[in-house]
Design a protein around this ligand. Structure first.
Ligand code: OSB
Ligand code: MG
Length: 421
């Protein structure tokens, strides 16, 4: 199997309400869609990079540029991977003649994994998608740019799974058909507006509220929302790196509000201050921006900088790395949950699939399409009713399980598409 062309589409999709965080305010989502053509069919994915390099150093223009100039050309040149089965184990040997090395994606520990995924374990899933598994190694010569790499890998994975007639949930080892959903609530202009917004989301059925906080917008809104929703409702906060070590006493002041977690109060590079907060406060610390891959995840856990992990596959260079992070957290009894980056249905479908893995023990930022957009790029994700109130159904059709609405890709285009072949 091989990749024959990569097409990049730049879209601007209006949000139903502005989304404000400690790092900025957005009124539209600038979307970068990656469309790959392979010899076995097409795949689509969404890059999670934002318009500006504020949440992370990556941003849409940079991602599009590095894909066009470096990543897509390398992927098109990469040797086709082939599946090896020596009779005892099966796996994927990705040969890289230029460097005379081979990468063996081993599934020996998974027992008889030749037939497909062992629920919740990464290695077996990876062995069943040789083309997607070859993307990371083919692109590793470029430093960083995980969001750009992750989008390419996800598009190839969609193409490969469509050709196999398998869904992402099946490939990843999903253990449930519906996932619990939370909602991320931006910084509001007034407390009254915040309480109105939260009330609306609870009426819609969301199972957990996440408040964006920043210095000057923390204890008061958290106290007001806790008062509104009652002591048993699930509540957490996300600071997107807005605080410093001087704020540890202030942040420990959130303890009485019985939060599920506090997400990324300090800088991406600053594990040490997260360790100090974890020791000074009873609220669990959860890292988002700091978790770049499985290595940083294990390091942060072992140092005591995080006791819960926000998994955003797009931030970690792709779903295969996200599966490794999931497995490592599970081995260490660290709960994970699925974050979000205001994705359209394209990215959301894949997030919902990974959120169905066994280690995802908390509701994700996997909200319904209507929380973001009046109209979605795919069939809309809608919260269930009755026993599925506050949940989204895991797509079960091949690949992402959703179809990209071509007319909207055209109507919402912010720039002409770029093709690398
Ligand atoms: O930090 O989780 C974050 C959105 C964009 C960038 C970063 C974050 C977020 C959110 C929204 O919190 C999550 C979502 O609903 O997609
Ligand atoms: Mg976050």
């Amino acid at each position: 199997p091989r990749v024959e062309a990569v097409e990049l589409h730049r879209l601007e999709v209006p949000l139903v309400r502005p989304f404000e965080t400690s790092f900025g305010r957005e009124t539209a989502r600038e979307v970068l869609l990656v469309h790959v053509r392979t010899d076995r069919g097409d795949g689509w994915a969404e890059c999670v990079a934002g318009r500006d390099p504020f949440y992370s150093g990556e941003y849409v223009d940079g991602a599009a540029s590095v894909i066009e100039r470096y990543l897509a050309p390398a992927l098109l040149r990469a040797p086709a991977p082939h599946v090896v089965d020596d009779g005892h184990v099966s796996g994927v040997l990705i040969e890289d003649p230029a460097h005379a090395t081979g990468i063996w994606v081993d599934d020996r520990e998974q027992g008889d994994a030749a037939g497909g995924g062992v629920p919740g374990r990464a290695a077996a899933s990876i062995a069943s998608v040789p083309l997607a598994a070859s993307v990371g190694p083919a692109l590793s010569f470029v430093a960083g740019h995980r969001m750009a790499k992750g989008a390419l890998e996800a598009a190839v994975l969609d193409a490969e799974l469509r050709a196999q007639g398998r869904s992402m949930g099946e490939c990843f080892g999903a253990v449930r058909d519906w996932v619990d959903c939370g909602v991320s609530v931006g910084i509001a202009a007034t407390l009254e507006e915040l309480l109105d917004e939260v009330t609306g989301y609870l009426e819609e059925g969301y199972k957990r509220i996440k408040l964006k906080i920043k210095p000057g917008w923390d204890l008061v809104p958290v106290a007001a929302v806790r008062e509104l929703i009652g002591g048993d409702a699930l509540l957490q906060v996300d600071a997107n790196t807005a605080y410093t070590a001087d704020d540890i006493p202030l942040l420990a002041g959130l303890d009485p509000f019985d939060l599920l977690l506090i997400e990324q109060p300090f800088a991406e590079e600053d594990l040490a201050t997260h360790v100090r907060l974890a020791q000074a406060s009873t609220t669990p610390v959860c890292l988002d921006e700091s978790i770049l891959d499985v290595t940083t995840a294990v390091d942060a856990i072992e140092r005591g900088a995080t006791s819960i992990v926000n998994i955003k596959p797009g931030r970690m260079g792709g779903f295969l790395e996200a599966l490794r992070v999931h497995d490592a957290c599970r081995d260490r009894d660290v709960p994970v949950w699925c974050g979000g980056m205001l994705e359209t249905g394209v990215g959301r479908a894949a997030n919902v699939a990974i959120a169905a893995l066994p280690g995802f023990l908390l509701p994700g930022d996997t909200s319904a399409s209507g929380r973001y957009f009046a109209e979605d790029l795919t069939e809309p994700f809608v919260l269930g009713t009755g026993e599925h109130r506050g949940q989204l159904r895991v797509p079960d059709a091949a690949g992402t399980g959703v179809e990209v609405r071509q007319e909207l890709v055209h109507d919402w285009a912010a720039a002409p598409p770029v093709t690398v072949s």
